[in-house]
Design a binder for this molecule. Structure first.
Ligand code: GLN
Length: 197
C-alpha cells in the first residue's frame, strides 16, 4: 500500500529539479509517476519558467555549489527558498541547504538550520540500506551513498529521522533535507509529503 501512487492529484504542481550535476533523473521519474509536472534547472534562463517547488538531488555538493554560483542561480534560488518555496534536498542537496558544514566550505544556500558532516560514514560504510521511521510516515526505506549525517539540529529546525543515533533527516518550514536517497527506492511517500507542503 505504502508503495503505490496515491490518488492525490499532483498535476497542478510544477517541480524544478536542479540538474547541473548528480542524480536528478530518478527524482524526475518519481515525481512524474506521482503526476507532477517537472522542469530541469541548468542555467539562469531556466529560472524564468514558472515552478512552485524545488528538488536538490544527490551528487557532489561542492561541484553543485560551484555550478550554481557560476550559472548565477545560487542567489535567486536562495531568495525563493528563504521566501518559503517548498524544497526537498537529498544527500548533496541536504548539504547545499545546511547552514553549517563541519570542517568544510561548501557555500551552498545555508537556509536549513543544521550542521552536517559530509561523507560521515567513512569508506567501509560508504553505502548502505535500512528502514527507519520518518516523521509521521512510519518506516520508510533509506538508501545511503557516501552520505552526510546531521551532527547538530539548530533551534529553527526539527529532526525527522534518526539511524544508529545520528539524525538523517530534518525540516524547517517548507524545507526538507535527507541524508539518504528516497528517489532510489519505490516508496513514494516522502516525495508525496513534499508535494503536499
Ligand atoms: N558525498 C557527497 C557530498 O559530499 C554526497 C553524496 C551523495 O549525494 N550521494 O557532496
Amino acid at each position: 500500500m505504502s508503495n503505490s501512487p496515491t490518488n492525490t492529484d499532483n498535476s497542478a504542481h510544477t517541480v524544478a529539479v536542479l540538474a547541473v550535476q548528480g542524480a536528478f533523473l530518478e527524482h524526475r521519474l518519481m515525481l512524474e509517476k506521482l503526476g507532477a509536472h517537472v522542469i530541469e534547472l541548468r542555467q539562469a534562463r531556466d529560472l524564468e519558467q514558472s515552478f512552485d517547488r524545488l528538488v536538490l538531488p544527490g551528487g557532489e555538493s561542492t561541484v553543485q555549489a560551484k555550478l550554481l554560483r557560476e550559472q548565477n542561480m545560487l542567489e535567486p534560488l536562495r531568495e525563493r527558498i528563504a521566501g518559503g518555496m517548498p524544497v526537498l534536498g537529498t544527500c548533496a542537496g541536504l548539504i547545499l541547504l545546511a547552514k553549517n558544514v563541519e570542517g568544510d566550505e561548501v557555500n551552498g544556500f545555508g537556509t536549513l538550520d543544521v550542521t552536517v558532516k559530509r561523507n560521515a560514514y567513512g569508506r567501509q560504510l560508504g553505502s548502505f540500506h535500512c528502514e527507519a521511521e520518518f516523521g509521521e510516515l512510519g518506516n520508510v526505506p533509506m538508501t545511503f551513498i557516501r552520505a552526510p549525517y546531521i551532527a547538530e539540529v539548530g533551534s529553527n529546525a526539527k529532526a525527522l529521522a534518526t539511524v544508529d543515533g545520528h539524525v538523517v533527516a530534518a525540516c524547517q518550514g517548507k524545507q526538507i533535507g535527507t541524508s539518504f536517497h528516497p528517489e532510489l527506492d519505490n516508496d513514494t511517500r516522502i516525495h508525496q509529503l513534499f508535494l503536499d507542503l
